[in-house]
Design a binder for this molecule. Structure first.
Ligand code: UDP
Length: 150
């Protein structure tokens, strides 16, 4: 079953949106397999956002993501990477559709409340960056039959 890395960014935690964001993925039917509140160090931030190094917004992005605690999570389910990206909405909240997390709760590009891996390959890299294998819990949910029909 596919997995993805999701985090409630520092603005989401400060604005009391962590529960709401978790709740949306829970109600959708995805399974939580890892969860922790943590402070991101500049070193970890640099690894996570390495692809943006050198871009004009990079410095602000690193300052922002290290400015307060984040809720780091791993979610599991069928097509979870792309479905969670759709549920998050476009990167720029001004363009994110109503009903998406960013469309409903954010207004400014830099402070867009939530992160989700953009591909299964990024998901694997980001999960390994933020979680050790022992922190991920393997368990069976009784609701699987009702979600997937088997
Ligand atoms: N970002 C920004 N300005 C930009 C592009 C991105 O501040 O012009 C920030 C924004 O918070 C975004 C993050 O950098 O969420 C990572 O950018 P990416 O393109 O990976 O977007 P995402 O995958 O988060 O939608």
């Amino acid at each position: 079953m596919e997995r993805t890395y999701v985090m409630v960014k520092p603005d989401g935690v400060q604005r009391n949106l962590a529960g709401e964001i978790i709740s949306r993925f829970e109600k959708k039917g995805f399974q939580l397999v890892g969860l922790k509140l943590m402070q991101i160090t500049p070193e970890l931030a640099g690894k996570h956002y390495g692809e943006h190094e050198g871009k004009p917004f990079y410095g602000e992005l690193i300052d922002f993501i290290t400015s307060g605690p984040v809720v780091a999570m791993v979610w599991q389910g069928q097509n979870v990477v792309s479905v969670i990206r759709n549920m998050m909405g476009k990167t720029n909240p001004a363009e994110a559709a109503p009903g998406t997390i960013r469309g409903d709760y954010a207004v400014f590009m830099g402070n867009n409340v939530v992160h989700g891996s953009d591909s299964p390959e990024s998901a694997e890299r980001e999960i390994n960056l933020f979680f050790s294998p022992e922190e991920l819990v393997d368990y069976k949910k009784a609701t699987d039959f009702w979600l997937y029909g088997k």
